[in-house]
Design a protein around this ligand. Sequence first.
Ligand code: ZN
Length: 74
Amino acid sequence: MPIYEYQCRQCGTHFELIRTYSQADSPAQCPHCAGSETRRELSRVNAFSGGKSLTDSGPSCSSCSGGSCSTCGQ
Ligand SMILES: [Zn+2]
């Protein structure tokens, strides 16, 4: 599940919650003042997909070294 960042409008506390997509826009309670006036900030969801890009040049799959491969067809 992605991590969403929120900021409390009352005390300014930043906090993170791991929620499902369906919960992302639901009100989040501030852990500092227990206020419910929080707003969601841009999350770092994409951080989970970091690493090697699939568009890098080279073999199309990790199980081949450039020769004939039944996985990627190259
Ligand atoms: Zn707060």
